[in-house]
Design a protein around this ligand. Sequence first.
Ligand code: R1P
Ligand code: URA
Length: 236
Amino acid sequence: MSIHIGAEPGQISETVLMPGDPLRAEWAAQTFLDDATCVNRVRGMLGYTGTWRGQRVTIHGSGMGMPSLSIYANELIRDFGARTLIRIGSCGAMQERVAMRDLILAMTATTLSTPSRGIFRELNFAPCADFGLLRAAVAAAEAKGVPFHAGGIYSSDVFYDERPDLNDQMVRHGILGVEMEAAELYTLAARHGVRALAVLTVSDHLLTHEALPAQEREQSFGDMVEIALHAAFPDA
Ligand SMILES: O=P(O)(O)O[C@H]1O[C@H](CO)[C@@H](O)[C@H]1O
Ligand SMILES: O=c1cc[nH]c(=O)[nH]1
């Protein structure tokens, strides 16, 4: 057990998929894993371990925002030995060519601040995805024929953003979408020498103002989960 994860030693896989929404973790485990067992319920942050194509995998919620993800990712890495962490999240599109429900594979995550900011201070650290995971995710998306975009995203500290000028600059500089966790996940992965990737599904569009309802964000992002599993286990 760690402070925020009630699993016993050995109950968490080296490979962890991390949605923000704990109910998406439950849905994904029940939909894609064999023999899924609930390994964490502390604070309602659900985690399940099971197998996919014979490979052991944990699907564990991160909560919303970088401070919350940082707690779970730190404990998964440091206390449970996680080595591959793939965020499976929703995001808002920031380019016209990106459509609702498209996938975004986040090569980099621009941010104003992360929980790691205190370490970097004046340094503009560039959080980036693990190249092997990214390459495997691209191959899986191409093989499956899923519409996807690979490029930079924005990890915001707030969902209700009061800086439209910043959004304008990010649109202008090709940022594909906005979410709230990947920059800290990539930074922690770099610090601990583990692998990380964010595979995102467009649930909102900042330019067209389309938006999916909560139930679809919880239960309809199957392509994203499958691409993440193929990226983690390309030979399975
Ligand atoms: O769908 P999840 O994975 O929670 O991700 C996105 O959705 C939440 C905001 O609604 C934030 O956590 C953001 O990053
Ligand atoms: O953080 C997020 C997630 C989905 N949609 C957004 O606009 N922002």
